[in-house]
Design a protein around this ligand. Structure first.
Ligand SMILES: [Zn+2]
Ligand SMILES: [Zn+2]
Length: 323
């Protein structure tokens, strides 16, 4: 049986719609009929060649909602395989495993009608979420949740870039009683309005300090100049978390910006514990994901809109099966 998939052959080129043989699950893997797959900024970094070592040809996509042959609805995240033996894997830090393999990068992902995944890294999904609304929980939600956890106990939280991740983190942060400040590109009134709708006390220019000092900031936008800007907006002892997998170079800045125990740190990938915790928390908030839906064959269009910063909430591919 042939399976339709969107395939990357070389960075910088559009994905091509192709027919591939149905993937064969190896031992420990499950075959999934894909129902929906979220489109992530990381996919854009892979397609644009900023992440330089994808398997080629590649089926991208790491926010997969699918049904297994026994009828279970499962979600597949970015972390697709770890060794289970190294000092990271054995100490609750499998997100840092040096041999980790990633869905839609080292392994074929979900921009296809069928996918295979290591069952140990699949999550059962909460019932209240339709397929399209569940997809963004799997990376935007999960990485956002890990970033929020690593931001610590901050009462006044700054979010830099108000895309798929921020729109989920904002809801969790408000649920936890934090106050929100949204930092968006100068003049991006749409993003500012969206942030205020989701409970931000204030939304404004990302390169200027906010109306109050922040206790922590999370940077989702891949722009290095936001790091010194966020440090400047953050109070003594505050943490600036860089949530993306890729960022342009960080410009130099005076040590004074870091002084007084400010912390800059990155967040890499996720652990299965993050997944279990977040997918239990999301229906309690409840997190509502706002999605823009695209057909599988319109994946290039979805990526283009994400590149241009035009997506409100998260972009998701709806994948009907040919079977
Ligand atoms: Zn390992
Ligand atoms: Zn992602």
């Amino acid at each position: 049986m042939a399976v339709r998939a969107m395939v990357l052959h070389a960075p910088g080129q559009p994905l091509r719609l192709e027919e591939l043989p149905i993937p064969e699950p190896a031992a420990g893997q499950v075959l999934l009929r894909v129902l929906a797959c979220g489109v992530c900024r990381t996919d854009l970094h892979i397609v644009d060649g900023e992440l330089t070592r994808p398997k080629l040809p590649l089926v991208p996509g790491h926010q997969i909602v699918g049904t297994a042959e026994d009828g279970r609805r499962l979600g597949v995240p970015w972390l697709g395989w770890t060794c289970g033996e190294c000092r990271f894997c054995t100490t609750g830090r499998e997100n840092l495993c040096e041999r980790a393999r990633f869905t839609g990068y080292d392994l074929d992902g979900g921009y296809a009608e069928y996918a295979v995944a290591d069952e140990r890294f699949c999550f059962p999904l909460p019932d209240g979420y339709p397929d399209l609304q569940a997809a963004p929980l799997l990376c935007a939600g999960l990485i956002g949740y890990r970033s929020l956890r690593l931001a610590g106990d901050a009462e006044r939280l700054g979010l830099y870039g108000f895309g798929a991740s921020a729109h989920i983190v904002a809801q969790v942060a408000r649920h936890e009683g934090r106050r929100l400040f949204a930092f968006v590109r100068s003049g991006d009134e749409r993003a500012a309005a969206f942030a205020r709708e989701l409970g931000a006390d204030w939304a404004g220019d990302s390169l200027q300090p906010g109306p109050e000092e922040l206790d922590a900031a999370i940077i989702f936008a891949p722009a290095g100049e936001l790091v010194p800007a966020a440090l400047r907006a953050t109070a003594r002892g505050g943490t600036v978390v860089c949530a993306g997998i890729h960022m342009s170079d960080i410009p130099s800045f005076p040590y004074e910006r870091l002084w007084h125990e400010r912390v800059v740190r990155s967040v890499a990938n996720l652990t299965r514990r993050d997944g279990t915790e977040f997918l239990a928390l999301a229906p309690q908030v409840p997190v509502h994901t706002e999605v823009e839906t695209y057909a599988l064959e319109a994946a290039n269009e979805a990526l283009g809109r994400l590149r241009a910063g035009g997506v409100r909430g998260a972009a998701v591919l709806a994948v009907p099966s040919a079977a």
